[in-house]
Design a binder for this molecule. Structure first.
Ligand code: SF4
Length: 408
């Protein structure tokens, strides 16, 4: 039997959105109306009878991409992931991969998906390198090409860039050559740490940086430095992609889930709508790891209704009330309080992977990759000073004590 999202499923979103998207719960199997048979397993493409997610030009790449992008930081079906096929029917044909996503399984899964459906020319693949030096970057590009089973990658990023010095002449030459060889079509970087404004300013004056994917969410709308940098990058025609739009997708506390719904949008949809309303942003990448989230995100994207004042006030209220319930990874603010010894935001993120997403093995594997010295310090340091240093009121000491118990 085969039953997929219908036009009606997407356009009648009021009731469907009420419960909100959750973490690992609500996976495909719980979405009773959807089942994929063998025929569907090899079909993927735009269905022009369905409402399509709008498209915008991604800065100086000059190419149109959907405003909703499929984030691949998850375990996709390695044979053929039906979520990708369903997304494509509504025009979500941009897949955001990285060499490390899904523990390295993301790129092969995207490769399997497009080769089995024979649709390489119908999709946009972005991938990323954790190596930022020219030699390492080129090596990762070549590995990505193999894993993605493709002769070209539409957009290639330096992944999680922190040091702007990597955007140097040597890398520029390698990028130019890889483009000439047809291996990558466009270049940029992703970033999510404290110096996002500095990196966006750098992108604005670096002509060969065509796109930046950066952490941007409803907690940051009043951030002056970030807004100034976004203005500069937008003016320089750098294609801006928002990620982590949910302001930490999960929290340590159940209260995190309570969003006062004032209109037809749940929290997950409302914050996406708020990001799309920013004319500087081309698109938002979203972690749609189940069909419920996929449906809600598509519904929010295709609906042209703008957020009203009540919706915006609900977002502001929610931001204020939940500020201490999740860690935003801004550990430049609290790391010094523990002598720079622990990457607090990173460890907190692993705790959230474990507790909120149920990704126990992944969380432990990531934790095990931290230097042994860092892990051993976790056992002996006193984090009370980090509590005081966190301007958001997160109880660092409590959560890091739990990290040791859960992840070590
Ligand atoms: S504990 Fe607070 S200051 Fe430290 S990374 Fe998390 S949110 Fe930022």
């Amino acid at each position: 039997m085969k039953k997929r999202f219908t036009r009606r499923d997407i356009l009648t979103i009021g009731a469907a959105g009420a419960a909100g998207a959750t973490g690992a719960a609500g996976a495909a199997s719980s979405f009773g109306r959807l089942a994929f048979g063998p025929t569907a397993a090899f079909a993927a493409g735009k269905d022009s009878a369905l409402p399509q997610v709008p498209r915008k030009i991604l800065g100086k790449t000059g190419e149109a991409i959907p405003i909703l992008l499929f984030g691949g930081a998850m375990r996709l079906d390695p044979r053929f992931d039906p979520k990708l096929a369903e997304a494509m029917r509504f025009g979500v044909d941009y897949f955001d991969a990285a060499d490390c996503y899904g523990g390295g399984s993301c790129e092969p899964a995207v490769g399997a998906f497009h080769t089995r459906a024979k649709i390489r020319d119908k999709i946009w693949i972005t991938s990323k390198s954790d190596a930022h030096d020219p030699k390492g970057f080129e090596k990762t590009v070549n590995e990505s090409l193999q894993k993605l089973k493709t002769s070209y990658i539409n957009l290639y990023f330096l992944h999680a860039l922190e040091n702007a010095d990597f955007l140097n002449k040597d890398l520029e030459k390698v990028v130019a050559r890889l483009k000439k060889e047809g291996k990558i079509r466009h270049f940029g970087f992703s970033c999510h740490n404290a110096n996002v404004p500095e990196l966006l300013e750098k992108a604005a004056v670096t002509p060969w940086v065509e796109s930046v994917m950066f952490r941007y969410n409803f907690r940051q709308y009043g951030d002056k430095a970030l807004n100034k940098a976004m203005d500069a990058a937008h003016k320089a025609d750098v294609g801006l992609i928002a990620m982590k739009t949910q302001g930490s997708e999960a929290s340590f506390a159940d209260a995190w889930k309570k969003f006062e719904k004032t209109g037809k949008w749940n929290k997950f949809q409302a914050v996406l709508k708020a990001v799309w309303a920013d004319p500087r942003i081309t698109a938002a990448v979203s972690h749609m790891d189940n069909f419920k989230k996929l449906k809600e995100n598509i519904a929010a994207a295709v609906d042209k209704t703008e957020l009203g004042a009540l919706d915006r006030r609900a977002i502001e209220k929610y931001a204020a009330e939940t500020r201490s319930l999740a860690c935003d990874g801004c550990d430049h603010l609290c790391r010094e309080a523990v002598g720079g010894a622990i990457p607090v935001g990173t460890v907190m993120r692993y705790v959230m992977y474990h507790e909120a997403y149920g990704e126990v093995d992944e969380a432990r594997a990531l934790f095990a990759k931290l230097p042994a010295e860092t892990r051993s310090r976790l056992k002996v340091l006193n984090f009370e000073r980090a509590n005081d240093a966190c301007p958001h009121g997160v109880n660092v000491a409590e959560h890091l004590a739990r990290a040791q118990a859960l992840l070590a």
